[in-house]
Design a binder for this molecule. Sequence first.
Ligand code: FPP
Length: 256
Amino acid sequence: MIDKLLFWKKKKEISGDLLEEVQKHPVPRHIAIIMDGNGRWAKKRAMPRIAGHHEGTKVVQRITRIADKLGVEVLTLYAFSTENWKRPQGEVDYLMKLPEQMFSTFLPELIEKNVRVQTIGNFDKLPSHTQRAVQKAMDDTKHNTGLILNFALNYGSRDEMVQAVRKIAEECKENQLDANDINEETIASHLMTNKIEDPDLLIRTSGEIRISNFMLWQIAYSELWFTNVLWPDFTEEHLVQAIYDFQHRGRRFGGI
Ligand code: FPP
């Protein structure tokens, strides 16, 4: 049992009791996070919105470290939705540069810590420089067996479902699949998350109480945890609190 949790690099300690408490119980195997509030964080400081995204990227790294330390198996982060293309071009361009920026320093650490980078979303529609940076991170970590750090990039749940239905229809047309045999497993296996268990815990920051087209199928039985904290202010302690709350809810999956 780890008495005190040391972060990989900063050697900072999370203060005690709650952390010790969550380590006594199973942690959620898959945590998904809607990282929201970067723009408002920047606005409050009279800074450009991209300053919020810059700060938010640091939080991505801190939350990855603590999730890994706690033994979370999958961390899915909603980094760019299919709707985010509607933002001003300058902001989109900045967001598309973030993977390169982040992985230039973070990737060696991920490799060392046995973290595997994956993505869900329409990868091919990302700018080529973004694809290159993310592909390199995926390639360089593909044999890692620890935490899966799964970025939802150009991801939308309805779009994912449309693609899944098309594939299933195609397989029926080609007589590879009988329509009567389509079940939940068929659908799940045609989604972009097909090799990943559903999230146990979904977190959304910034006070918005909605799902915004994120993993609609996969969160059918997830525990939902909302906080007013803006993503750039989200700390390791907030994650530990969310996990603590998760551990104290009764998950019945429709049973009694
Ligand atoms: C939502 O805040 C945040 C985003 C759309 C982008 C999230 C991206 C990061 C945290 C950066 C890390 C990503 C990678 C791939 C390294 P918002 O801009 O909608 O905030 P607002 O609702 O306050 O305007």
